[in-house]
Design a protein around this ligand. Structure first.
Ligand code: GLU
Length: 368
């Protein structure tokens, strides 16, 4: 028997519902059979599933062409589909003698430390009890501003939360491809990505349909979050036989493997780096860049320009004078206040004027 590992498996709406939103039981049963096999091998498994909105719509006559476009209705409908979805997982796991536990999370749960700790404790206790946690975004209460809508990032942050060994992201292509297969017949699977950089991200933009390409970009973001958590990922085709088992067992060609980085970032920094959208940017001189890369806070003196309008606490990109975005952080003050102190040394500023622009605790330097 292999050593016990903790695996997070994420499956999306298109893999478990048909075009009309009807839940494809067979797809969930297939996934749960893989989960059961992993459990038999001694591994712990968390499932992150989407499908609540799609499954809820037909139940109240809003399926297909009647699909509403407003977020509030979709969030409300998710509550209907979520119970249906859980019913299918419950039955499919019960067929293997396993018990499902529902955990609904929102992005804030990864930011507010007490919630993060509680969510982590609950998930770990469920695993200790031998239960299979089934996670989805809590669409009903997630703040639309920071709600993700897809579960890829949630899955990556859950992997961080439970200290997983591996993240398996199931999708509707065989993994990350070298080109769009509909345009380029020679498109082939990229079997391994050591580090996700701008070049790999550009590939994701070009791969697949509108649905698929959006899907692959968010898979790569998730794999990047996982990599920075010290967790390796496999992006693979949901319909492939034994896909999760093969991904966990490292079968060659199962999908695209994204290697973990050696160092782990704490969840809050992962969120800052990858999960939130920047509201503006702060341009800094090269001296400030060097200081930030040594783990210092960003001070007003190093700032040459503040771009955009944002509130205190907003996520901002930190850009050097060559235009390279090399860090992201939470601004301590509004854009307007920062403009009034940009370029001024702390000892030149009047008492009480802001001088820390981004505190080191709220700052993450990014890979090139
Ligand atoms: N939480 C959403 C759902 O369950 C995710 C939607 C999606 O990724 O397709 O419907």
């Amino acid at each position: 028997m292999t050593a016990q590992r903790t695996i997070v498996v994420k499956i999306g709406t298109s893999s478990i519902t048909d075009d009309g939103g009807v839940i494809e039981r067979a797809a969930i049963e297939k996934l749960c059979a893989d989960v059961a096999a992993l459990r038999d091998d001694g591994h712990r498994v968390v499932v992150v599933t989407s499908g609540a909105i799609a499954a809820g719509l037909p139940e109240i006559g809003l399926g297909g062409p009647n699909r509403p476009s407003d977020t509030i209705t979709l969030q409300a409908v998710a509550t209907i589909g979520q119970t249906a979805l859980m019913g299918v997982y419950r039955d499919a796991l019960a067929a293997h003698g396993l018990i499902a536990g529902q955990v609904l999370l929102v992005p804030l749960d990864f930011i507010v430390r007490t919630q993060y700790v509680h969510a982590g404790q609950t998930l770990v206790r469920l695993l200790e009890l031998g239960v299979v946690p089934i996670v989805n975004e809590n669409d009903a209460i997630a703040d639309d501003e920071i709600r993700w809508g897809d579960n890829d990032r949630i899955a990556a942050l859950v992997a961080n939360l439970v200290d997983a060994d591996q993240l398996v992201l199931l999708t509707d292509t065989s993994g990350v491809l070298t080109a769009d297969p509909r345009i380029d017949a020679d498109a082939s699977l990229i079997e391994e990505i050591v580090e996700i950089d701008h070049q790999t991200e550009a590939l994701a933009g070009g791969a697949g349909s509108a649905r698929g390409s959006g899907g692959m970009a968010s898979k790569l973001t998730a794999a990047k979050i996982a990599a920075w958590s010290g967790v390796s990922s496999v992006i693979a085709f949901a319909d492939r036989a034994d896909v999760v088992l093969d991904a966990v067992n490292g079968v060659p060609g199962v999908g695209t493997v994204v290697r973990a980085r050696p160092a782990r970032l704490p969840a809050r920094k992962l969120w800052i780096a990858f999960a939130v959208v920047a509201r503006g940017s702060v341009i800094v001189d090269m001296g400030a860049r060097a200081a930030l890369e040594r783990g210092k806070s960003l001070l007003a003196a190093g700032v040459t320009e503040v771009v955009g309008e944002f509130d205190a606490g907003a996520p901002v990109e930190v850009v050097d004078t060559d235009g390279e975005i090399f860090a992201k952080g939470l601004a301590r003050h509004t854009a307007r206040d920062l403009r009034s102190v940009a370029g001024r040394r702390s000892d030149e500023l009047p008492a009480g004027a802001p001088h820390i622009v981004v505190h080191a605790d709220d700052l993450v330097t990014l890979p090139g």
